[in-house]
Design a binder for this molecule. Structure first.
Ligand code: ADP
Ligand code: MG
Length: 259
């Protein structure tokens, strides 16, 4: 787990944490092995610009591995991963301009909320006045403006995850990748955070992939889902359609629609 945000953005253009130009993600015949074990087996998926997309599947199905491959972490896969026009396979993570939020958010404990969010901008030598503006905008978007001077240990889990989101979006990534970002939260908070996450995603208009093993979570907030098992995409579609017409016995069983 990296201690700092995995978000990368080498651009020096002024930005305002507003809407990012949405890009398509085109995953073409992507395979990946750890040693002799193939964990992604020829994945083909096209995610529309601005779409809120879910990778849904049981533990071990390859969701995180695929997400990490999009971000540029882990072994180099076979196949192509296009972000907009650019095939990013083989390029360094920090050149991809992709933002990633993990299940455990690992904020810097010795830095205030504002400093945590500013960290990625400091690294990019963004001028102080602009940093302040963008940090404020990002904190406002996640509803954490009033906590700017607090320290992570003074925040609840949900609040820490909001700060982690702010830290990721502040650098205006092209794509937002969320790996089970709500799994560490208690059930009530998780339900509320879903709606907030959806609102944030719509406001940013950013192409987003949300990884979860929780079908209700995927179904309530995502435009489309890809159901995964054993490194294979079993079905892609809108939640209602997948639920009403499961493509095979695995999907039916996993969604509990088998009868
Ligand atoms: P999910 O996120 O769907 O739970 P993962 O992508 O984490 O699944 O894992 C898919 C498969 O790849 C699992 O069988 C897992 O054990 C294996 N795997 C993941 N990461 C590694 C690794 N670094 N080394 C070896 N095997 C791994
Ligand atoms: Mg995972």
């Amino acid at each position: 787990m990296p201690m700092k945000s995995a978000t990368t953005h080498p651009s020096s253009q002024p930005m305002q944490t507003g809407r990012v130009e949405p890009v398509e993600i085109d995953i073409r015949n992507v395979s990946l092995s750890f040693g002799s074990t193939e964990v992604l087996k020829g994945i083909d998926l096209k995610i529309e610009p601005g779409e809120f997309f879910a990778f849904l599947g049981p533990s071990g199905s390859g969701k995180s591995t695929l997400l990490r491959a999009i971000a540029g972490f882990g072994p180099t896969p076979k196949g192509e991963i296009l972000l907009g026009e650019q095939d990013v396979v083989g390029t360094a993570p920090w050149k991809r301009n992709v933002g990633m939020v993990f299940q455990s958010y690992a904020l810097w404990p010795h830095m205030s909320v504002a400093r945590n969010v500013a960290f990625g901008l400091d690294e990019r030598r963004v001028p102080k006045a602009e940093t302040e503006k963008r940090v404020n905008a990002a904190l406002e978007m996640v509803g954490m403006s009033q906590y700017a001077d607090r320290y992570p240990s003074q925040l609840s889990g949900g609040q820490q995850q909001r700060v982690a989101l702010a830290r990721t979006i502040v650098v205006e990534p092209r794509v937002l990748l969320l790996d089970e970002p709500l799994s560490n939260l208690d059930a009530n908070l998780r339900v509320q955070m879903r709606q907030d996450l959806l609102k944030l995603q719509r406001r940013l208009g950013i192409t987003t992939i949300f990884v979860t093993h929780d079908q209700e979570e995927a179904n309530t907030i995502c435009d489309r889902i890809a159901v995964m098992a054993d490194g294979v995409v079993q079905q892609v579609g809108r939640p209602d359609d997948v639920y009403d017409t499961p493509a095979n016995a695995f999907v039916a069983n996993f969604l509990g629609t088998a009868n």
